[in-house]
Design a protein around this ligand. Sequence first.
Ligand code: FA5
Length: 338
Amino acid sequence: MREKINKLREEFNSSILSIKDEKGYESIYFRFLGRKGEIAGLFKKMPEVPQEERASVGSVINEFKKFCEGKLEEAHRNLLREKKEPGKKTCLDVTLPGTLPSLGRRHPITQMVSEIERIFSMMGFTVAHGPEIETDYYNFEALNIPADHPARDEQDSFYLTSSYLLRTHTSPGQIRVMKKTKPPLRVIIPGRCFRRDAVDASHLHTFYQVEGLMVDKEVTFSHLKGILEVFAREIFGPQAAMRFRPDYFPFTEPSAEISISCFPCRGRGCRTCSNTGWLEIGGAGMVHPSVFKVVGYNYEDFSGFAFGLGIDRLIMNRYGINDIRILYENDLRFLRQF
Ligand code: FA5
């Protein structure tokens, strides 16, 4: 049976090329697809096919039938066109410009991470990464936030088990780096963080931060300010201003909230900054002695600063985006602008 089908297929392929007019088309149509045609004949012979081969032979015949139908339909279309526009050839013009494939580009968050890495590398910082699934110890305990500390409430968390959670900030990276490295050190740790925050125009459950840490002899708050100001000017231009206000983090002392002058309105006040002229982008401070104790650094000899900046917020400020959610919606009309 299969041999017969193959032979018929060859015959069909050569006869379809000979179609010149409606009559030729009809004779081939009826020969192969007519009620008493070759394909109907194949189906009639099915009872002769051994039971175990029937299904596969049936599907071969069906596939052949579809093939013949498609080819004959195409031949008929060509005949009709020839009748309507005699002599018009359908041909491929290889000199016409092709259709350009649409090229992808890097997401604005990826672009910002690369830029942050470039700027801090210029100032002698290396780049490290920490795990997104953290232990309670690295995410909280080692950062001077014991189980009953109210600071845990500010970072409502996704726990996987009682001791594993999705990291709520990039600060556990500080501990991991310090446990592995002897001072002096300068490092940034970019990455994704997760909090059980209600999603709104400036909050997400999944967002990006970059942690910064510098430990050396006689590092002061002025170094922190100087480094962050260089960073802000590189990202937002020479007019960018930074504001430090007292804040509280259990792992830094003293601590500060960092805001940056609103880029779209140049600090005059607009929708992006809720008319304040400032956008909060992160927290910072001098590394707390209890953190140095946990990682085995001598806090008599060394001092250091740390900061944690919200990368999504930096992007919002730079481009005047007033809803953080658009960064994650995969809307190509938005993403093609970067
Ligand atoms: C922290 O996460 C501290 N770990 C920062 C820090 C590091 C302080 C080192 C001192 C030393 P905070 O919770 O304020 O701090 O978050 C820092 C920044 O992350 C915020 O200013 C904001 O820019 C960003 N951020 C926090 N929560 C969200 C959220 N739900 N959605 C988007 N961005 C967020």
